[in-house]
Design a protein around this ligand. Structure first.
Ligand code: ASP
Length: 319
């Protein structure tokens, strides 16, 4: 039996000045997850803990520090899934929750429903003992300034997703000592999204998927494209057919890019604890540790721009 964890801190054109913070945040998250797994903790506990670390870190577009929507508000989405039972929980468009991943976990544990949104999700939080916060607590000055400076430009219809204006959504995949896989993720969504917009992040099969029999994957990037290509389940299907998680991630990302010009990334783990990753954006921040490693490795994945100006999908390589 073995344990493993891989986390990501978003795939986009992450400014060089923010690379060190992204890498440090991914390292801290992977270490928090590994710590639990190494003490016999469950994969669900590990992904929740790892995602909470990144939600609390304002460098990421999750929890405090998230991007603002066109109304200048934070609206958060998160999801979690258990690869043993296929039990799942998700929340979307919540405005008063510090750690949406823990609310998603509460939805999973409660079991009555799988997905709650907006004020209904917030009422469920109160009923199950998760305190609401002041929405202003989630807004940081960096994002307020970005909204003030660029808000009017994004109101152009069809402005769409640009890698420069994308997000630092966070996600985690873990394997525990009982051979159970789990996935979790959390996001403030894309910068200047329409109020009420929900991306791929909390949607099962799109932003996340886990099945002990096949593997587990979490995605990041342009949510509208990820939803159309059901990218997390596409990656898990590849994991089931191919023996190598690196190849599975690459095959899924090549399909994503070639079919729809997809901009994004994926991290994944096989049921035996090997991990993989790939992205079609200039950068993807991630960190991981598997049984054969003495410490978490956290790094910034980089891609080259091709002559046709798309970003080449590169197979993740161990550094
Ligand atoms: N996929 C997220 C969304 O579209 C954004 C991201 O992963 O950066 O909401």
């Amino acid at each position: 039996m073995t344990i493993a964890i891989i986390v990501h801190g978003g795939a986009w054109d992450i400014p060089l000045a923010l690379h060190a913070q992204h890498i440090a945040g991914c390292r801290a998250a992977a270490e928090a997850g590994w710590d639990l797994l190494s003490k016999g903790g469950s994969a669900l506990d590990a992904v929740e803990a790892a995602v909470r670390v990144m939600e609390d870190d304002p460098v990421f577009d999750a929890g405090r520090g998230s991007h603002l929507n066109q109304d200048g508000e934070v609206e958060l989405d998160a999801g979690i899934m258990d690869g043993r039972t296929l039990d799942a929980g998700a929340v979307a468009a919540v405005k008063c929750i510090r750690n949406p991943i823990s609310l998603a976990r509460r939805v999973l544990t409660d079991g009555q429903h799988v997905f709650l949104v907006g004020t209904g999700a917030e009422r469920f939080a109160q009923r199950t003992g998760i305190p609401l916060c002041d929405p202003a607590e989630l807004v940081v000055e960096r994002e307020r300034q970005a909204w003030l400076q660029q808000g009017s430009k994004a109101l152009v219809p069809g402005a769409g997703f640009r890698p420069q204006a994308a997000a630092d959504t966070v996600g985690a995949v873990a394997l525990d000592i009982k051979a159970n896989l789990a996935v979790g993720n959390s996001t403030g969504g894309t910068f200047l999204k329409l109020p009420g917009r929900v991306g791929d992040t909390p949607i099962f099969g799109c932003g996340l998927y886990a099945d002990n029999h096949m593997g587990a994957a979490v995605c990041t990037g342009w949510g509208e494209q990820i939803m159309k290509t059901v990218l997390a389940k596409t990656t898990v299907d590849q994991l089931a057919w191919l023996s190598d998680p690196m190849t599975a991630a690459q095959v899924a990302l090549v399909y994503f890019q070639e079919r729809i010009g997809g901009l994004g990334g994926v991290i994944c783990a096989a049921p035996d604890g090997r991990v993989g990753w790939a992205h079609s954006t200039p950068y993807m921040a991630f960190g991981y540790r598997t049984a054969d490693m003495q410490a978490v490795r956290a790094q910034m994945g980089r891609q080259k721009r091709q002559a046709n100006s798309a970003y080449q999908v590169e197979r993740g390589e161990e550094e």
